[in-house]
Design a protein around this ligand. Structure first.
Ligand SMILES: NC(=O)c1ccc[n+]([C@@H]2O[C@H](COP(=O)([O-])OP(=O)(O)OC[C@H]3O[C@@H](n4cnc5c(N)ncnc54)[C@H](OP(=O)(O)O)[C@@H]3O)[C@@H](O)[C@H]2O)c1
Length: 504
C-alpha cells in the first residue's frame, strides 16, 4: 500500500450542535464522533455541546445519545469507552430566536473549555431547519461567539446542513446571511455524498490510474447514467418533502456533485480550492434546461399505490401529511449535457426517486460500441458495450463489464463482470460519510464541502427547471407503481436516443 497523502491534523475543539435534540444529531452526528474516538483519530481533547428547545439535562441528553449510538453506530458500543465519552457530552436548552440562549451557550461553552482545558476552537453545526440558519448565525455574532480567521488563534467554524434554501433566491439569502458573520474559509456546507468512500475513490480511480483518463472523453464514452434510487416512500418526512420534491432533494446537491466528480478536469493539486474550482467549472458548463425544454429533457412523476419491500405503500397523494392534489414529484429523470471539449455531445442521464424497486446509488459510464466487424459483425445482435459501474450504496465497489469468450469450440461471446468490493478488498467496513466530514472540519480541510458559488450555480440551474415546470408543466404528473423502476415516460426519455436504463 502506498503512503497516504499527509492529512491535516484534527484540532482539539468543541462541537456545538444546534438541533442537538433532533434526529440528525442522534442518528448521525453523535455516532460519527463516537466512531472517530473508537478509531483513534479524534483529537485527544474534545467536547460536544448540544442545544435545542427541549429542556434536557446533560444526563438526559447522554441517555438519548447512548440510544443513538446503540442503534445507529457503525461499530458496537463499548461500555468502558462510552463511560469516558459521555463525560464530554453536554446540553443547554434554548430557542434560536431567544438572545438569552446564546449567552447561556457562551457561559456553558466557556465553563466546558475551562474544565476540560480545551482551547476555544469551536465548530458550530447547524442541524436545524434552513429558515433558522440566518437567526442562528446572527445570534452567534451578537453573543461574540465567532472569531474571524487569524493564523494560529483559536478557530470558529460553521457547518451548514442541506437544504440551503429551496431555490436560487432563498439560497442567496442564506449564503448572504452566513457571509455577514463567517468568512467563506470558515464555512463548511455539507453534502454527505461527498464523504462516501466510493465518491472519494472516483478521483483516485480517474487520476491514480493510467488506463481511464485517456479514454475519459467524448471520443470513447457514449453516455453516463447516474441513479440514486430509494425503496422507501416519503415516510415521516412529508412536511419537508412536499415542499421539496425529488429535484430539490436529490439532484440539486448529491447528484450534481456526483456529476461534477465524473466530469471535472484533472485538478493541478489536491488543494481544497483547486479541487473545488474544477468541480465548479462543470456546473458552469451545464447546458441550461429552461422554458419549453423541460418537456424534452425532464420527466417527473409521483408514485401510486403498490408494494415496497413487500409492504403496502399508498399512493403519494394518499400519504399522511400530503395534499390530495399535490404536484410534488417523487421521481425525476433528466438528460443533460456538459458543454465543453471533453464532453461534447455526450448525454448524462440522471434519475432518482422514492418507492422504487430497491435502494441503490451508482454511476455507470457506458463506453462506445466497437466497430461492426469481427465479433460485432451481426447488426441484429450487437455486442454489449463496456460499462464501468461505480457503486455507491448499499454496497460500495466497482464493476467493469467486458465481453468474454464462452468456453467451447465456437467463437461465442458473453458479457462478464469484473468486481471489486470495498469490504472484501480492505477487510473493514468504510467509515460513515459523517465521520470523514466531521474529521475534515476539525482539521480545516474544505475539499469535500460545497463552496458558496457551487451552491448558487447548482440552484440557478435547478431553478430554471422549476420555473419551466411551473410555466410548461401539466397539472397532473404521470404515475409509477410503488416498487417499480419508475414511469414509462422515463424509459422513453432514454429509449428515444436508442439507449436504455441499466438494470441496477
Ligand atoms: N435527519 C437526517 O438524516 C438529515 C439528513 C440531511 C440533512 N438534514 C437536515 O438537518 C436539519 C435537521 O434535521 P433533523 O432530521 O435532525 O430534524 P429534526 O429531528 O426535526 O430536529 C430539528 C432540530 O432543530 C431544533 N430546532 C428547530 N427549531 C428550533 C428553534 N427555533 N430553536 C432551537 N432549536 C430548534 C429542534 O429542537 P427541539 O426539537 O428541541 O425543538 C431539533 O433539535 C434539517 O435542515 C434537515 O433537512 C437531516
Amino acid at each position: 500500500m502506498s503512503e497516504p497523502i499527509q492529512p491535516l491534523a484534527a484540532q482539539p475543539c468543541t462541537l456545538v450542535i444546534f438541533g442537538g435534540s433532533g434526529d440528525l444529531a442522534k442518528r448521525k452526528l453523535v455516532p460519527a464522533v463516537y466512531n472517530l474516538l473508537l478509531d483513534g483519530v479524534l483529537p485527544p481533547n474534545y467536547a460536544i455541546l448540544a442545544t435545542g428547545r427541549k429542556p434536557l439535562s446533560d444526563t438526559e441528553f447522554r441517555e438519548i445519545a447512548r440510544e443513538g449510538v446503540i442503534k445507529y453506530s457503525r461499530q458496537e458500543i463499548k461500555d468502558s469507552v462510552w463511560a469516558n465519552f459521555e463525560q464530554r457530552l453536554f446540553y443547554v436548552a434554548g430557542a434560536i430566536d431567544d438572545p438569552k440562549a446564546y449567552s447561556d451557550i457562551r457561559t456553558r461553552l466557556e465553563k466546558i473549555e475551562a474544565d476540560l482545558k480545551l482551547p476555544a476552537n469551536r465548530i458550530f453545526y447547524l442541524a436545524i431547519p434552513p429558515t433558522s440558519i440566518a437567526g442562528a448565525v446572527e445570534g452567534l455574532r451578537k453573543a461574540g461567539l465567532v472569531q474571524p480567521p487569524a493564523g494560529n488563534a483559536p478557530f470558529s467554524r460553521l457547518i451548514v446542513e442541506k437544504p440551503i434554501g429551496n431555490d436560487l433566491e432563498s439560497a442567496r439569502q442564506i449564503n448572504a446571511a452566513v457571509a455577514r458573520v463567517f468568512d467563506e474559509s470558515q464555512i463548511f456546507r455539507i453534502d454527505h455524498y461527498l464523504g462516501k468512500e466510493t465518491v472519494q475513490n472516483l478521483l483516485v480511480l480517474r487520476f491514480a490510474n493510467s488506463i481511464f483518463e485517456p479514454i475519459w472523453n467524448h471520443k470513447y464514452i457514449d453516455h453516463v447514467q447516474i441513479t440514486v434510487s430509494e425503496a422507501e416512500g416519503v415516510g415521516t418526512r412529508a412536511t419537508y418533502y412536499e415542499e421539496a420534491g425529488a429535484l430539490r432533494d436529490m439532484v440539486q446537491n448529491h447528484i450534481l456533485q456526483l456529476m461534477c466528480l465524473v466530469a471535472m478536469e484533472p485538478p493541478y493539486s489536491l488543494d481544497p480550492d483547486v479541487v473545488r474550482n474544477v468541480r465548479m467549472d462543470v456546473l458552469r458548463c451545464l447546458r441550461p434546461i429552461a422554458g419549453k425544454d423541460v418537456e424534452k429533457y425532464t420527466v417527473r412523476a409521483q408514485y401510486s399505490v403498490g408494494k415496497a419491500h413487500g409492504v403496502d405503500v399508498p399512493g403519494y397523494r394518499r400519504e399522511p401529511g400530503i395534499k390530495p392534489d399535490s404536484t410534488t414529484e417523487t421521481y425525476v429523470a433528466l438528460k443533460l449535457f456538459v458543454e465543453n471539449w471533453r464532453w461534447s455531445g455526450v448525454p448524462f442521464y440522471l434519475r432518482t426517486g422514492k418507492a422504487l424497486t430497491k435502494r441503490a446509488s451508482e454511476i455507470a459510464v457506458f463506453f462506445k460500441p466497437i466497430p461492426q466487424i469481427l465479433f460485432n459483425a451481426n447488426p441484429d445482435a450487437p455486442l454489449e458495450a463496456n460499462v464501468l459501474i461505480m457503486k455507491i450504496q448499499p454496497e460500495e465497489g466497482l464493476t467493469l463489464r467486458v465481453v468474454s469468450k464462452v468456453p467451447g469450440s465456437k467463437a461465442k461471446t458473453h458479457p462478464v463482470e469484473m468486481n471489486f468490493r470495498y469490504g472484501e478488498a480492505f477487510g473493514a467496513p468504510s467509515p460513515e460519510a459523517y465521520e470523514r466530514l466531521l474529521l475534515d472540519v476539525m482539521a480545516g480541510d474544505a475539499s469535500l464541502f460545497m463552496r458558496r458559488d457551487a451552491v448558487e450555480a447548482s440552484w440557478a440551474w435547478i431553478t430554471a427547471i422549476l420555473d419551466g415546470w411551473k410555466t410548461h408543466g401539466s397539472k397532473w404528473l404521470p404515475e409509477y407503481q410503488a416498487g417499480s423502476w419508475g414511469p414509462v415516460e422515463a424509459n422513453r426519455l432514454i429509449e428515444s436516443d436508442g439507449r436504455c436504463w441499466r438494470t441496477v
